[in-house]
Design a binder for this molecule. Structure first.
Ligand SMILES: C[S@@+](CC[C@H](N)C(=O)[O-])C[C@H]1O[C@@H](n2cnc3c(N)ncnc32)[C@H](O)[C@@H]1O
Length: 220
């Protein structure tokens, strides 16, 4: 739900705040405020010019999230795709490399059915690909490490349905760059995505909310 400049998701775990975000009731339903300073997906929803209403998957979709971290963005995604007791029958497979993050994600999944946390390296499909039985409707990658575009392209080719939605959150400082500036890094990645056969629907600059970051919304 978008209310002025704020974004809210219907809380799938009533009375529970995931990361200190505010809760409010509207017409008897509880919502959580999606903080765009704490979530790149939230920042992209705030900043998108043409695609704000398209960026998210549909309720009930199957999603793959590479680099789910401690679950800040994921919690809102889960509100939207699965909802309370997974009434929407969605599924979100959330991969992260860090055992600390996994511990938090497993804890979260107990209250959020439909969420499937997996400890794994986004680059090593053979280790966790079996968890993704069918191609997914929506794929988000937010791993701040070098080679982000290569990792994303390979995941899109392997896991995203034709015509699916893919979101790459790119951190310029994580790439090895030769000092030509972050804009040049963002341009080079855009070219790489297009050369891999992906169509960039919108390139969203997150500057001011998540400095040094750009989010590419693609379809395949
Ligand atoms: C910026 S944080 C993610 C924040 C999260 N997406 C959010 O918005 O709430 C990046 C995460 O990527 C994970 N990561 C880094 N390299 C990875 C890889 N190769 N495979 C899986 N996860 C990775 C890190 O452990 C970290 O939790």
């Amino acid at each position: 739900m978008i209310d002025g400049r704020a974004i809210w998701t219907r809380n799938a775990v009533p009375k529970h705040s995931q990361y200190g975000e505010s809760l409010r009731r509207f017409k008897g339903i509880e919502y959580r405020r999606w903080d765009p300073n704490r979530s790149k997906l939230g920042a992209a929803l705030t900043r998108a010019r043409q695609t704000q209403y398209e960026l998210l998957p549909e309720p009930g979709d199957t999603c793959l999230y590479l680099g789910a971290g401690h679950g800040t963005s994921l919690s809102h995604l889960h509100d939207h795709v699965c909802g309370e007791s997974n009434r929407e029958k969605g599924r979100i497979i959330a991969i992260d490399l860090s055992p600390r993050c996994l511990r938090d994600l497993i804890h979260m999944s107990k209250k959020r059915p439909g969420l499937v946390p997996v400890l794994g390296d986004a680059r090593k499909h053979s280790a966790w690909g079996i968890m993704v039985a069918n191609r997914v409707d929506w794929l988000l990658q937010d791993v701040s490490q070098a080679g982000q575009a290569d990792i994303f392209i390979s995941a899109v080719h392997r896991f995203l349905k034709p015509g699916g939605k893919g979101l790459l959150s790119l951190k310029a400082a994580s790439e090895r760059w030769s000092g030509e500036g972050e804009r040049a890094v963002f341009d080079a990645v855009a070219e790489q995505l297009e050369q891999a056969g992906l169509t960039i629907v919108e390139r969203i600059d997150l500057h001011g909310l998540e400095d040094n970051h750009c989010l590419y919304y693609i379809t395949n």
